[in-house]
Write a protein that binds this ligand. Structure first.
Ligand SMILES: O=C(O)CCC(=O)C(=O)O
Ligand SMILES: [Fe+2]
Length: 293
């Protein structure tokens, strides 16, 4: 197994010489530690049916089924289909625009430690990619930014670690901007997700280090700040992340397996135009696992 970093700061490791369908458990252990070195792992040319794919991801943690059960693979409640393909009857074949805004997956759940994998069954030249931003250098940088500390209401850098954020399924920007994308839920799905609070700088359950966690998407407000101050602070943090931190955009080919740690990254899908032409569509299978279980 060999790894090449695709961006600065060891961000996004492309792994070669690894076959997820046949890997021995020692090799998978090595891959798991590489996830925390690179935050995003890219493996090309994998051949996984749903059962093999799920068994492989179970080495990383316990699967966490998505609330959108209507868009899962039949017989596999933990495998969600992400696709821009619209079926002949006009219904979507998967989640179309669930992640077009910056977010960390499942940060609206009380438990932290969610990793995501996307496996590409189909991808065309026109297909959208997934853009990633690396949050792991953020804490040290924010500590040395008086402008951000002030916006966050912190008199000293140490106060950063005590900040709490209210999270809810969806996209904070959609509260104010009607053009902002957001996945909508049925009433029953919505009722399953009451929301939660996390530290803005959460301790990583594997590395033990505190790091910026999910400052966009489900992060609705910073506890203790007024709505306007909180919006200003979260906007500024997102801008800081996108301007100052390492980035990588993955363009899919069939057989790609991409795995990332949501504790130390943000991501967004870059293409959401629906198509009725299966040949030019993108079909991904997504599995989330909790790496602490
Ligand atoms: O469409 C993409 O590339 C990313 C989708 C996404 O963010 C997700 O499934 O959570
Ligand atoms: Fe996502």
């Amino acid at each position: 197994m060999r790894t090449t970093a695709l961006a600065d700061h060891h961000f996004a490791g492309e792994v070669t010489g690894f076959d997820a369908a046949s890997a021995a458990s020692e090799e998978i252990d090595e891959l798991r530690s590489l996830l925390h070195r690179h935050r995003v792992l890219v493996l090309r040319d994998q051949a996984l049916d749903p059962a093999r794919y799920q068994r492989f991801m179970e080495h990383f943690g316990r699967p966490v089924p998505h609330v959108l059960q209507n868009l899962t693979v039949p017989g596999f409640p933990a495998i969600l289909t992400i696709s821009d393909y619209i079926k002949p009857d006009g219904t979507p074949s998967g989640v179309l625009d669930g992640g077009a805004y910056w977010h960390a997956d499942m940060s609206y759940l009380p438990d932290v430690g969610i990793a995501t994998s996307l496996y590409a069954l189909r991808a065309a030249g026109r297909s959208g990619g997934t853009a990633f931003a690396d949050l792991s250098p953020a804490l040290d940088l924010v500590r040395s930014r008086p402008d951000l500390l002030r916006l966050l209401g912190c008199a000293t850098a140490d106060e950063l670690l005590a900040l709490d954020v209210v999270h809810r399924f969806g996209n904070r920007r959609a509260l104010r901007d009607e053009t902002a994308a957001e996945q909508t839920l049925s009433r029953a799905q919505h009722d399953q997700l009451p929301g939660t609070r996390h530290r803005l700088f959460e301790t990583h359950p594997v590395t033990g280090r505190p790091g910026l966690f999910a400052p966009a998407g489900s992060a609705m407000s910073i506890a203790g700040l007024s709505a306007d101050d909180s919006d200003r602070a979260l906007d500024a943090l997102e801008e800081f992340v996108l301007k100052e931190l390492p980035a990588y955009t993955h363009r899919y080919r069939p057989g790609d397996l991409v795995i990332w740690d949501n504790m130390s990254t943000l991501h967004r899908g870059t293409g959401v135009a629906a198509t009725r032409d299966i040949e030019s569509s993108r079909v991904l299978h997504r599995i989330n696992v909790n790496i602490t279980r």
